[in-house]
Design a protein around this ligand. Sequence first.
Ligand code: A3P
Length: 345
Amino acid sequence: MLFKQQVWLRQKLLVLGSLAVGSLLYLVARVGSLDRLQPICPIEGRIGARGQAEFPLRALQFKRGLLHEFRKGNVSKEQVRLHDLVQQLPKAIIIGVRKGGTRALLEMLNLHPAVVKASQEIHFFDNDENYAKGIEWYRKKMPFSYPQQITIEKSPAYFITEEVPERIYKMNSSIKLLIIVREPTTRAISDYTQVLEGKERKNKTYYKFEKLAIDPNTCEVNTKYKAVRTSIYTKHLERWLKYFPIEQFHIVDGDRLITEPLPELQLVEKFLNLPPRISQYNLYFNVTRGFYCLRFNVIFNKCLAGSKGRIHPEVDPSVITKLRKFFHPFNQKFYQITGRTLNWP
Ligand code: A3P
């Protein structure tokens, strides 16, 4: 009897001991992650806050929840005044490239406590009707933020639209411009897949990629096909360089953002003069999605919508080879201009 009681007691102690050790380990891990989430480094001076009082990132992190509420449109004039909220013109714009990973980049940058994203594509500079509404209309489309934060918007059509560089230059000639690119043939197929899906949704038939990408008369690459033209990155970039020096651009490797997002994001933080605050904790690989998803804190995680990361249709390998050969010289020029070599085939 006594022996049985001793065994029972030992087992109880073992369970309690493991629980205590487990809780301790959890607390240690939690404190570590909180530290990463709510850094106390001041951002004053690093993102161009002119003469504003020091504002710790920790406070910005705490106020994000509040900003989220305001973004839903429930903000009163009183709250704006009380919280010192502003709608700021963007200090950086993700100008493209369509299907390069623009949404992933914006959402991932939004993990940074000093960044506030414009959720929707605003299409101010590429759409004449919107542009005619004036800069105040554009500013009013921006999310509420604290003056110490920076607003970022993304509209991938900006990269390929003729009038946009001059219009952005007129708004802010020292703005920072982010371009996320993928291997040009993959990007073109991704572009095609998006259009194909739209047609299928409307029960419409569509051409095969091969038919659009290759001119049936010459058997050469069809440069009139928009998905091909968009992937000639250097042609578009050259137009932008008439207005902005190359130092104002940062090239993000969209293929690496898929497989290894953190180092790409750290390069962007540096380019934007932001203290490094996005960490591996904020990014976790979701096996079901096959992509990295975002972790804002212990409670709030999110993956991108299902429209990001579509399965591409199979494409004739000879067409892929032809396209890669076609893009090769343009890619070389792109590397040369930007100073970023991307090892595309
Ligand atoms: P695919 O759908 O071809 O895979 P954009 O936002 O500019 O439209 O780009 C969409 C692309 O972002 C997707 O193209 C996908 O590969 C890429 N992407 C990069 N990181 C992603 C992520 N974490 N989750 C989902 N898609 C991501």
